[in-house]
Design a protein around this ligand. Sequence first.
Ligand code: SF4
Length: 214
Amino acid sequence: MDNTKEILQILAHDFPNAKSELVFGSPFELLVAVILSAQCTDKRVNTVTPQLFAAANTPQAMADLPIEQIEEIIKPCGFYHSKAQYIKQSAQDIVQRYGGQVPRELQQLQTLKGVGRKTANVVYAVAFGGQAIAVDTHVFRVSNRLGIAHANNVLDTEKQLMAAIPPEQWADSHHYILLHGRYVCKAQRPLCGECSVRNLCKYYAENNKNDVRQ
Ligand code: SF4
């Protein structure tokens, strides 16, 4: 049975103000913050970006900033060599190909140097109000545990979610599923006992066959 609609209705109720927890003031700042958020918490990213954006918060300024300075500032976010490269590459690409303005189209965002598919989808949805489903570690884990997706990689998960969810709900659904993963359906120890969608969850059904609670 397809429980997707019911699950999303319940999660929408759980997270009525669902939105990105990254702090940003422009599409470019969001793009940089999402690059930094890989393997790092949004909270930590938010402690680093004020200093980074004080030094450079436009593609041109970031393209001009020495990479060593970027690395020094973003060190607390981890993987700072590669993240600094991605930030620098994306800034240079935006300057060279898009006149210093972050492109608004998903396909253009997805071809920016240094920008992965997840980052492009988040920027398209959050900064420009487009409909996309960014599959990060939380969305991947939760949607497959719930049974909305049945995939072993993020791209297939994204495709299956897009097939299961009406397009006008893609961006909101991404936030609901992500926040559920961050606060309830945690990676190591999911809080199934407190979970509002427990009775609709494939993982829960498979691991609690004798639990008759409703
Ligand atoms: S029941 Fe457990 S595994 Fe299923 S969504 Fe809830 S927390 Fe995650």
